[in-house]
Design a protein around this ligand. Structure first.
Ligand code: C5P
Length: 234
């Protein structure tokens, strides 16, 4: 038997959101961000295992919080690390041996649509070793020097904003983490690329945005209200 696991880094402090609880535990529509994210992952077809990297002091609380959210999947909660990358690495150590596909999803993307999770998982199962969901950019992007002077303007048609979940075969992801020479890469595909492994893209979704700044929470509340008004459970 081979199973698919969702790994959820949720140990960030969320400083850019302002003072308060760790980001993954901030409320959205009455439940923590993490609950929304884990619910979407566990509703996705084929996700059998969920491993959450929680803030170090909140491991038991998070386990209790999620035990009812994850009804059909197997749940493990571990203590996260000082960086996102180390939180993912700690979660990978806890994977059951029969897992061969891993989706890594930020707790900070609570409103990821279930069908987008499935799109990533299907692409890995179909043979891609590394899959990332992306969106075209709406803003023009500039590269600047240390003083803020514009150096260049990359062709926007070749740029993409990257979301999660990112999907990998377990061996590719574990190898990339084992060989990592840095500890602060902000997405797992970044590590996999350094191994020379091809990373393919699938279509992301506007509602999979990351809650980072206070304004993002306002937007997330609005999206959730619209979903609930439309009869979607969330
Ligand atoms: O900081 P940022 O919003 O980019 O974090 C992305 C995700 O990584 C969040 O879900 C956050 O909880 C997680 N993270 C973590 N451990 C850290 C830092 C961030 O699990 N030390």
């Amino acid at each position: 038997m081979s199973r698919t696991a969702a790994v959820v880094p949720a140990a960030g402090k969320g400083m850019r959101l302002g003072p308060g609880a760790p980001k993954a535990l901030r409320p959205l529509g009455g439940s923590p961000l993490l609950v929304h994210a884990v619910r979407a992952l566990s509703l996705a077809r084929g996700v059998d295992v969920v491993v959450v990297a929680a803030p170090e002091d909140e491991v038991d609380m998070v386990r209790a919080l999620l035990s009812e959210v994850v009804s059909d999947a197997e749940l493990t909660v571990v203590a996260g690390g000082d960086t996102r990358q180390s939180s993912v690495a700690r979660a990978l150590i806890a994977l059951p041996s029969d897992v061969d596909v891993v989706l890594v999803h930020d707790a900070a993307r609570p409103l990821v649509p279930v069908e987008m999770v499935e799109r990533v998982a299907v692409a890995v199962r179909a043979g891609a070793p590394a899959v990332i969901p992306v969106l075209k950019l709406v803003d023009t992007v500039k590269t600047v020097d240390a003083e803020g002077r514009v150096v260049s303007t990359p062709d926007r048609s070749h740029l993409r904003a990257v979301q999660t979940p990112q999907g990998f075969t377990r061996s590719v992801l574990q190898q990339a983490h084992a060989n990592a020479e840095v500890d602060d890469v902000t997405d797992d595909a970044g590590l996999v690329e350094r191994q020379g492994v091809e990373v393919v893209t699938v279509l992301g979704h506007e509602e999979a945005f990351k809650v980072t700044r206070p304004m993002d929470l306002v937007l997330a509340e609005a999206v959730l209200s619209r979903r609930r008004a439309g009869g979607v459970v969330g």
